[in-house]
Write a protein that binds this ligand. Structure first.
Ligand code: GRF
Length: 226
């Protein structure tokens, strides 16, 4: 069972690279049918091309209005043969028509523990707020921005000296772990949506080794006696 996916990017595409790498390693049963971007100069497009993946630029300025751009985006994704859509740093809200066409088959990754800090600057907003735990969320996409049933979240410590860059780098390490995992769950039919919640069907797989990242549920750490 290999899921054909289209990946939408606007920037660097490091999450795209994580998906490409896990597919190459044979642990993610997916095939990337196209990488589509609203930015012609997105590094993610060049990354796709280097890996022989069709890379399509659809700059909004080439279309008379938002509806026209959204229709072209949907056509490009459909024509690629994708059965699901993976947003990997795609910085535009999808139209209701697009969401309806791929309902419950669109995933997004956001660099904050949703529903906290939605929007363009999740890491910066979390750092500025002074939270002590930050993280990343993979969720199904609905019509609202950074909203929909949560699939997986990962938490990292945040420190008073953190800024968007330092906190973002810590979060990114885990983004690259959890996004391929979430797409693999989608590809193998393990995810079911019940209302606002996602249920994951169990598997026999052993837990991953996370010893190279800082596991954190409570930060600062509790001290003896508590
Ligand atoms: C990531 O932080 C992701 O969570 C957010 O956009 C960023 C994309 O980074 N949605 P990259 O292009 O995958 O490197």
């Amino acid at each position: 069972m290999t899921l054909p996916i289209a990946v939408l990017v606007s920037g660097t595409g490091s999450n795209l690279q994580a998906l490409i790498d896990r597919i190459g390693e044979g642990v993610l049963p997916a095939r990337i049918t196209a990488v589509v971007s609203n930015k012609s100069d997105a590094k993610g497009l060049a990354r796709a091309a280097r890996h022989g993946i069709p890379a399509i630029a659809l700059p909004p300025a080439d279309y008379p209005d938002r509806a026209g751009h959204d229709a072209a985006l949907l056509a490009a994704v459909r024509d690629s043969g994708a059965k699901a859509v993976v947003l990997a740093g795609y910085m535009r809200l999808l139209s209701p028509d697009f969401v309806a066409a791929y309902r419950n088959r669109i995933l997004n990754i956001h660099p904050a523990l949703l529903p906290s800090f939605p929007g363009m600057h999740g890491q910066r907003d979390a750092a500025d707020y002074g939270v002590t735990i930050a993280g990343a969320t993979v969720h199904f996409v609905d019509e609202q921005m950074d909203h929909g049933p949560v699939v997986i979240q990962a938490a990292v410590p945040a420190c008073p000296d953190d800024d968007a860059a330092s906190l973002g780098a810590r979060i990114m390490t885990l983004e690259h772990r959890i996004y391929p995992q979430a797409v693999a769950w989608l590809a193998t039919g393990r995810l079911a949506i019940h209302g606002c919640k996602t249920r994951l069907a169990p598997a026999d797989a052993p837990p991953a080794d996370l010893s190279d990242v800082t596991p954190c549920l409570v930060n600062p750490p509790l001290e003896a006696g508590f």
